[in-house]
Design a protein around this ligand. Structure first.
Ligand SMILES: Cc1ncc(COP(=O)(O)O)c(C=O)c1O
Length: 354
């Protein structure tokens, strides 16, 4: 069998949840498990995080799968209804809905509904992605309050810059100026806000990336926050090439040896989810030693420099990211973020749990 696998560390998921709870002790945790649990397997993550008071997903099918697996917590569809025909399914399964635009209000008002739903009214406080303009809030709120399709309401917004120096002040003050007199439950914080801005710890917090043991920040690594990586992507060397000076490796001759070198060929490529843009020098672990990738990542293989790891050979273990090589370090080298790499692990990669 091809040696690549993703190992999911359920104890790390639990550890990261406990850390989130310790940071926001008075809030309920809405664990964000969309995108197949950020690539870790939605149901696997939900089982590991069963102590969370809620789960946030994107698609009604995901909410249904969680209910069918027996989860009784609040389950929020983060973008609400995409079409009116989803409403009866969402209602029948007790899923909570974001309402981020007036079209979604109309879907609720138009529906003959047997069972009312709980809604989270989403406000655009400055990100300009989803959310009602603040000026439309009261009109929509009044109509939702009057609607027989709605049983409970909460208020939410999402921060654009909780992870960087711009911070949250502007968005938070817009949110507060509109809602601070209201006694409805509120939900603001993503991982970055949960970790850095206690003033955003309202009834619900919505951590995603931190639960998987990666950092939301450019200026602070996951280990420094106390997080543990929940995924190790590992494989093995399947061939070794001995290079003479001026020999090149792989497509495009991206790496040319300037001295005699040994290069290992690893069974992992961009069709497994490893970033093709990872340049020469991306960190990687071979036979327990940190080294660097060389050459261009191809569909099914990539290359590692094992010149200084003489014991490395065919069959040697390779950690692409995980407990020794933070996914965030690979992401940084490849010009992306840990989120993207975790979500991109391909379906052909077998998943194991420990
Ligand atoms: C609306 C919303 N809330 C919370 C999150 C979780 O964010 P993070 O993974 O940065 O904690 C996301 C993630 O994209 C989101 O879209």
């Amino acid at each position: 069998m091809r040696p690549i696998r993703a190992t999911i560390h359920t104890d790390a998921l639990r550890h990261n949840l406990a850390l989130a709870k310790s940071q926001a002790p008075n809030s309920k945790i809405m664990a964000v498990i969309k995108a197949d649990g950020y690539g870790h397997g939605m149901l696997r993550v939900a089982r590991a995080l069963a102590d969370a008071e809620g789960f946030a997903v994107l698609r009604v099918e995901e909410g249904v799968a969680l209910r069918e697996a027996g989860f009784k917590q609040t389950i929020l569809l983060l973008e609400g209804l995409f079409s009116a025909d989803e409403l009866p399914v969402a209602a029948a399964h007790g899923l909570s809905l974001v309402v981020h635009c007036e079209e979604q209000l109309h879907m609720l008002e138009a529906a003959p509904i047997a069972r009312p739903v709980s809604v989270f009214i989403k406000l655009n406080t400055g990100m300009h992605r989803l959310g009602l303009p603040l000026a439309r809030f009261w009109a929509v709120y009044d109509r939702l309050k009057a609607s027989k399709a709605v049983c409970e309401m909460a208020l939410m917004t999402h921060f654009a810059t909780a992870d960087d120096v711009y911070g949250i002040d502007e968005q938070l003050s817009r949110f507060n100026s509109l809602t601070q007199e209201m006694r409805l439950p509120k939900s603001l914080a993503n991982s970055a806000a949960l970790l850095r801005y206690p003033q955003t710890h309202t009834e619900w917090v919505r951590p995603g990336i931190m639960l998987y043991g990666a950092t939301p920040f450019a200026d602070q690594g996951a280990a420094g926050i106390g997080l543990k990586p929940a995924m190790t992507l590992s494989s093995q060397i399947i061939a070794v090439q001995n290079l003479s000076p001026s020999d090149a490796v792989g497509y495009g001759r991206l790496f040319v040896a300037d001295k005699p070198a040994r290069v290992g060929v690893v069974a992992c490529g961009y069709a497994d989810g490893y970033p093709r843009h990872a340049p020469n020098g991306t960190p990687i672990l071979v036979a327990g030693k940190r080294t660097r990738t060389v050459g261009r990542v191809s569909m099914d293989m990539l290359y590692v420099d094992i010149t200084d790891i003489p014991e490395a050979d065919i069959g040697s273990p390779v950690e692409l990211w995980g407990e020794n090589i933070p996914v965030d370090d690979v992401a940084l080298a490849a010009g992306t973020v840990g989120y993207e790499l975790l979500c991109a692990v391909a379906p052909r990669v077998p998943v194991a749990e420990d």
